[in-house]
Design a binder for this molecule. Structure first.
Ligand code: MD6
Ligand code: FE
Length: 224
C-alpha cells in the first residue's frame, strides 16, 4: 500500500515548468537546479568576505533573516533607514562581485518573462533557518519601479505570500522550491509579499552547508 498518497506537501517538480501568476509575474520551476551547487559554492566563498548578518530596522528591531549582498550595490537597513550602499558597512569594502552564473540565469529569466534587460546591480542574499520568516512588505527602496525583480530560491521550500497593492489585501500562498526562479515587475512590482516562518519540508536533491535545514534566496534588482 502506498502510504504517501496524500503527502502534506507534494514533492517539488524537477521539471522545468513555467507558471504564470499574472501577466507580469512568472515562476520558472527548477530553472536554477543544475547550477545550484556551483552558485551555492560561489555564495559560500563571497560570504567569507561579506558575511551574513542580522540587520536592524530603522525602529531598532532585529530582522530575523540573515542577510548579505553581492554586486555593485547592497541593500542595508539600520537606524538611518533602508537604502542601497556600494560598501558593506561591516567591512567598509565594496560588496563582493555578482557571481556570473547568477547574472546569466537572471538575465535569461528576465528575457523569458518578457521584460527589457535588467541592470542587475544589487543582489540581496537572504538566509532563513527553521522558524524564520519575513513579514509582508513592498520592495520600494529602488528608484525605478519599471525594472522587474528576479528571485532565486535554494534549499528548503518556502511559503511565499503574494498579496495586493494594499497591505490588507488578501494573500495567495505560493510554494517556492529549490531551483525556482521568480520574476515580477510591471503592474505587480509594488505588491505586498512575505515569507511564512520556514518549516521542515521535502529536502532538495542536493546537500550543501548553506541549505542544511535552511533556505537561501537571492533577489536581484536594479536599484538606481
Ligand atoms: C524571499 N523575497 O523569497 C523574499 N522581494 O526570501 C522577497 O522579498 C522578494 O522574492 C521582491 C521580489 C522577489 C522576492
Ligand atoms: Fe521583497
Amino acid at each position: 500500500m502506498n502510504l504517501d498518497l496524500f503527502p502534506e506537501q507534494p514533492a517539488p517538480s524537477t521539471e522545468a515548468e513555467t507558471q504564470w501568476l499574472s501577466e507580469s509575474a512568472v515562476i520558472f520551476r527548477a530553472k536554477a537546479s543544475l547550477e545550484a551547487p556551483g552558485i551555492l559554492n560561489e555564495i559560500q566563498t563571497l560570504l567569507e568576505h561579506s558575511p551574513l548578518r542580522q540587520m536592524r530596522t530603522p525602529n531598532g528591531k532585529l530582522i530575523a533573516v540573515s542577510m548579505s549582498n553581492c554586486g555593485a550595490l547592497g541593500w542595508v537597513s539600520d537606524a538611518r533607514g533602508y537604502r542601497y550602499e556600494a560598501q558593506d558597512p561591516l567591512t567598509q569594502q565594496p560588496w563582493p562581485s555578482l557571481p556570473a552564473q547568477i547574472h546569466k540565469l537572471a538575465a535569461q529569466a528576465v528575457r523569458e518573462a518578457g521584460f527589457a534587460p535588467l541592470r542587475a546591480e544589487a543582489c540581496l542574499i537572504n538566509r532563513y533557518t527553521l522558524g524564520v520568516g519575513m513579514g509582508l512588505h513592498q520592495d520600494r527602496d529602488e528608484h525605478d519601479f519599471t525594472a522587474p525583480i528576479v528571485s532565486l530560491s535554494f534549499g528548503l521550500p518556502a511559503i511565499f505570500l503574494w498579496g495586493g497593492l494594499n497591505r490588507r489585501d488578501k494573500t495567495q500562498t505560493i510554494i517556492l522550491n529549490h531551483g525556482d526562479i521568480l520574476v515580477w515587475g510591471g503592474a505587480d512590482r509594488l505588491r505586498y509579499h512575505g515569507i511564512r516562518p520556514l518549516k521542515q519540508g521535502t529536502p532538495p536533491p542536493i546537500t550543501h552547508p548553506l541549505i542544511n535545514q535552511a533556505r537561501i534566496n537571492c533577489t536581484l534588482r536594479q536599484a538606481r
